[in-house]
Ligand binder design. Sequence first.
Ligand code: MUC
Ligand code: MG
Length: 372
Amino acid sequence: MTSKITHIETMLVDIPTIRPHKLSMTSMAVQTMVIVRIKDDQGREGLGEGTTIGGLAYGPESPESIKMNIDTYLAPLLIDQPLHSIKLLIQRLSMSVRGNMIAKSALQTALLDLQGKHLGVPVSTLLGGAIHQHIPCLWVLASGDTDKDITEAKALIASGRHCDFKLKIGSRHVNDDVAHVAAIKAALGDSASVRVDVNQAWDESTATKGMAALQEAGVDLVEQPTPAKEWDALSRLSQKFTIPILADEGVADASDVFQLAQRGFNGGIALKIAKAGGPIEALYAATVSLASGMELYGGTLLEGSIGTAVSIHAWSTLPKLHWGSEMFGPLLLQDDIIKQPLCYHNNGVDVPDAPGLGIEIDEEKLALYRRK
Ligand code: MUC
Ligand code: MG
């Protein structure tokens, strides 16, 4: 029997990070998640999460706007609707509300969880079926200090939890950033893959200089060196160097991927549920990327366990993640609001296989971290 949506609740949840996480545009000491709980008339509940980085430092949606816009505009469009078609429900949302992709992604996640529990299948099955049970996952070094980053990376390699590392750069002069990266690469050696994320901080000429030096230092990948919508510059850079480029902020959805493909971009694409408006749209972006010969990477906006779990379900349905993933968000937080944490081991994370997202809320922890 088809169920009907009866309640939608949102809340802000603040959890401190294990150390400051420094990006080119902000430094994070706490992560704020918008947690969504959708209930149906059969007593089931779906969990969703909408998360961004650094308030409004990273993008146009803040945790507070995500919550407010779900409560005021998006949730009323879903109340009393039947759950039989998630695509029909997300079309209903996109016809009435522009943008607000993170808010839409949070709702889509909760709908998928609810539908999965209703049908007794994991979210990966709703998305076409898992091809992989274990998703490779790197770690991001972003303490801002070269020696601390080397110590952190060596401990993670020794524990077997991660062997690939992404370094956040772009806030200092290009020469200082390159020296920092080169020192870490030299200390970790060839067994570790070292990549950098510039988060749009360079113009094209700085990127030309920086990429040449990073290539020389043995770095494997440069993520979003130039501003998001400068698709021509990114494409020219991708053709100039053998070190590959990963497009991140420049590609939110399938249509952005198409823009890059038309310009001859030959690198990889960071897929993110938050940019695309949900896992279903992130997988549309993956299809255009693969059709254009681009490589794939499972990206994050540093979501907690709920947003991370739904991303892992989505990435598990892709034939190949050429550059693995960065689904480490829960590990950056001092605590979690779910009962059974995601399982990280052997340089990756397991795809949950219980119905829905396969995770359960810890009500005491939620009450502890919920913003009053
Ligand atoms: C980004 O730009 O990739 C992902 C990992 C991280 O540390 O920051 C994010 C955002
Ligand atoms: Mg990035």
